[in-house]
Design a protein around this ligand. Structure first.
Ligand SMILES: [Zn+2]
Length: 249
């Protein structure tokens, strides 16, 4: 049985908030789509639960956090994203729970997005059978983001967001789109944004230096091009960034 064709992602929206655990998650996951959206005049904000300070074996977290934050901001700028926020949860031990949901719900209330994006919240990456194990941070942040889309609209779940921070409930999230899902339902043509997604991932200089002996540009192009080609047979032959879409209304 062949997999079904993917639907085009909705584009009747103005603001998106992309919420992930670490610097580089969005660059590996979906920045070619983000580049296309910002080209079309849409407003995209990045929210990172941690600074990725535990991500480089040879650099202590105290030094690594600020460095990765800088690289993430540069990386976002390449695809037209100027607003990048960090929640400051501890990399590697991000806990799923009310504290994380509240922080994400607060950001949703501040930015009032119609589309929320996150990264694969399930246990594994890749094929549904025989995939590889993800990390606790990805699971925690993905699940908390899916939940926070609802929390943001309910005045009674985190009432302190209104009483202490003046953040009115926002019930306008229409979809949560999960990038990197093993079971995508929708896609975006990666062609216009692909080159910038390569440049964007390359901004994570320090991380890539430690990760691979390959030339960073070759590594990034190979990885991202390979990724978007995989979905082409399910999207009219176009290289595609896939999303599993959870509609909310
Ligand atoms: Zn990650």
């Amino acid at each position: 049985m062949t997999d079904p064709q993917l639907e085009p992602m909705p584009d009747d929206w103005e603001r998106a908030l992309a919420v992930v655990a670490h610097p580089d998650d969005l660059e590996y996951g979906c920045s070619a789509a983000v580049a296309g959206w910002t080209d079309a005049g849409k407003d995209v904000t990045y929210l990172l639960a941690s600074r990725g300070e535990a991500g480089i074996d040879t650099i202590a977290p105290v030094e690594c956090g600020p460095l990765r934050e800088r690289e993430q901001r540069a990386s976002a700028a390449v695809v037209g994203v100027s607003a990048v926020e960090f929640l400051g949860h501890r990399d590697g031990v991000i806990e799923y729970g009310p504290a994380l949901r509240r922080d994400i719900a607060a950001a949703i209330r501040r930015h009032r997005p119609e589309l929320v994006i996150t990264l694969n919240h399930r246990d594994t990456w890749g094929p549904v059978v025989g995939g590889w194990w993800s990390t606790p941070d990805h699971r925690a942040v993905g699940r908390a983001t899916l939940d926070a889309a609802g929390d943001a609209g309910n005045r009674w779940i985190f009432p302190e967001l209104l009483t202490e921070q003046g953040l009115q409930p926002w019930n306008g999230v229409r979809w949560v789109a999960v990038a990197g899902s093993s079971t995508p339902t929708h896609a975006v043509d990666a062609t216009p944004g692909l080159e910038r997604s390569v440049r964007s991932l390359m901004e994570h200089h320090t991380y890539l230096e430690v990760l691979t002996d390959k030339d960073p540009e070759d590594y990034c192009r190979e990885f991202l091009t390979g990724n978007v080609r995989q979905l082409a047979p399910r999207f009219g032959g176009l290289p595609a960034v896939g999303f599993e879409l959870f509609p909310r209304q």
